[in-house]
Design a binder for this molecule. Structure first.
Ligand SMILES: Cc1cc2nc3c(=O)[nH]c(=O)nc-3n(C[C@H](O)[C@H](O)[C@H](O)COP(=O)(O)OP(=O)(O)OC[C@H]3O[C@@H](n4cnc5c(N)ncnc54)[C@H](O)[C@@H]3O)c2cc1C
Length: 487
């Protein structure tokens, strides 16, 4: 099959029956207004791959199936592929204003292509063969894959074997047909509306923790799986409001995630890509995070920044302050932050490497990927501050646009909320801004692609401090030979 259209994707979801809970209710994926935001965002991404305007970035030729596939299902095999993948992350953020939902899955597929190749070479296993068969199935059927890394983790000061053993997804049984898994992955972007979920270790594991060194693919809604969706004020408003046009991002909503519970789920061996190889977990996780920090950490947030900059400039014009020097200065700062994040993502792509050699799989540069993520998350809070400053207090105090429909207050709203532009335009863009600065995006951007401390640890570890010291001392005239630690 060639690439699916958005409608064909939605049609294909009718074959799935995920057990989804939202609040205290069980909901149907294609019937609930909140779960439908994920479906619509995914459908848009499918359509973009078929749109001549976007297809070069959104699709790629796969030698594995000898046809064009969606870029989310494509294994990066050159620096140019990495660059296009970063461009895709920017583009989907610009078009959707929310998650494209398939980054974690795409980055898990690439990390698996590389790591299963290495495991087979070193251990004589057949994971890579299995993985390639699975990938063919995904590419041929143009399936949406979510990526499930984040375990619930319980008490963070304890290893998985020192607490309730189900705090990290694990193997509880094995037989000749496959494995049985239990546990829960959390914060799972778009898992409810994916065809497949790629389960992957959340961190590196040690000897004695073999049950947790685990990667597999599982079909959405397999027996024993339960999805417990996030619930936020946006969920409530979407459910209750008669008119959702003022919801900030009415079509695609906020980034929707869920807990995914695995209650003794059976996974056939042909879908298992790692099972017990603790020594390979560190490399697998590192390869995932290197791609993910370029895509989700740096590039995706540049697309979000474009929307915030556009909103900031629009509200400035609506208020009649666009020529004020401090407003221009803030817009300029916002652009600087946006371009720095994107530049770091590009640097990660163009200095990516084949890993391991001979695998044909390209992984972005680790330092630039980490720096992209750290820059963009600090920058994101600055963007929120600046657009909030320009929009004024109304960015958090705005009444509802629905008031225009009530004759008792509509004339007050029209009269007292007009500025250089009419009140309705001002209110609409203000609600759009509210979605960015007083919603879920701050902490969401911060934690997505891993907690800050892990990036900082890697940045410190990977920088060549010895060489930097040597260069500084050489210029300062301090001889390394003469120097002893006992100064
Ligand atoms: C919007 C959004 C979408 C996401 N999408 C996905 C997805 O699709 N797939 C997926 O797998 N994940 C996803 N994530 C999860 C994301 O990767 C995690 O939130 C992130 O890794 C942080 O993990 P956590 O939330 O468990 O927080 P924690 O890891 O618990 O972090 C909380 C704090 O505890 C600290 N901490 C944690 N452990 C230790 C320790 N041992 N010692 C000292 N300090 C510690 C951290 O540094 C941090 O300061 C998403 C997250 C968000 C917000």
């Amino acid at each position: 099959m060639a690439l699916k259209s958005g409608n064909e994707y939605i049609e294909s979801l009718k074959n799935l029956d995920p057990k989804i809970y939202l609040g205290d209710k069980k909901v149907r994926l294609l019937e609930n207004p909140t779960t439908m935001t994920v479906v619509k965002a995914n459908a848009k991404v499918y359509d973009m791959a078929l749109d001549p305007k976007y297809e070069e970035v959104m699709s790629a030729y796969s030698p594995l199936v000898e046809e064009k596939v969606g870029r989310s299902n494509y294994i990066y095999s050159s620096r140019d592929d990495l660059l296009k993948r970063a461009q895709m992350a920017v583009l989907t953020s610009q078009v959707l204003g929310t998650c494209n939902y398939r980054c974690p899955g795409a980055d898990a597929l690439t990390a698996l292509a590389s790591t299963t190749y290495e495991m087979d070479n070193k251990l004589g296993t057949e994971y890579n063969k299995r993985f390639n068969n699975f990938l063919k199935h995904v590419q041929k059927n143009d399936l949406a894959c979510s990526g499930a890394l984040t375990d619930v983790k319980g008490d963070r000061s304890k290893r998985p074997t020192q607490q309730d053993p189900d705090m990290y997804v694990r193997v509880v049984d094995k037989n000749e047909k496959g494995i049985i898994v239990r546990g829960c992955k959390i914060n799972q972007s778009g898992a409810i509306a994916s065809h497949e979920t790629i389960v992957f270790p959340t961190t590196s594991f040690r000897e004695g923790e073999e049950d947790y060194a685990l990667s597999f693919a599982v079909e959405n809604g397999s027996m024993g799986m339960t999805y417990i969706s996030q619930y936020t004020p946006f969920t409530a408003e979407r459910a209750l409001a008669s008119d959702i046009r003022e919801l900030g991002n009415p079509e695609y909503g906020v980034r929707e995630t869920s807990m995914v519970v695995f209650e003794d789920v059976f996974i056939p061996w042909e879908r298992v890509f790692m099972c017990g190889e603790v020594k390979f977990t560190r490399k697998a996780v590192e390869r995932f995070t290197r791609s993910h920090r370029m895509n989700c950490g740096g590039a995706c947030k540049s697309g979000f920044a474009d929307l915030m900059i556009g909103a900031a400039q629009s509200i400035a014009e609506y208020l009649g302050i666009e020529n004020a020097s401090h407003v221009r200065d803030k817009i300029t700062e916002m652009i600087r932050i946006r371009e720095t994040s994107y530049a770091c993502a590009i640097a990660a792509a163009v200095s990516g490497e084949e890993e391991p050699k001979g695998s044909g799989v390209y992984i972005p540069n680790e330092m630039y990927g980490n720096v992209a993520k750290v820059n963009s998350i600090y920058g994101f809070w600055d963007l929120m501050e600046m657009v909030g400053d320009i929009a004024g207090g109304l960015s958090v105090t705005a009444p509802s646009e629905r008031g225009f429909k009530n004759p008792e207050i509509s004339s007050y709203l029209e009269k007292y909320l007009k500025a250089a532009a009419p009140a309705d335009k001002r209110l609409r863009i203000t609600k759009f801004i509210q979605n960015w600065i007083a919603g879920l995006h701050g902490a969401g951007t911060w934690h997505g692609a891993g907690p800050l401390q892990t990036q900082k640890m890697a940045i410190y570890r990977d920088f060549d401090l010895e060489n930097a010291k040597k260069m500084a001392k050489e210029l300062a005239g301090i001889s390394e030979k003469e120097e002893s630690r006992a100064w």
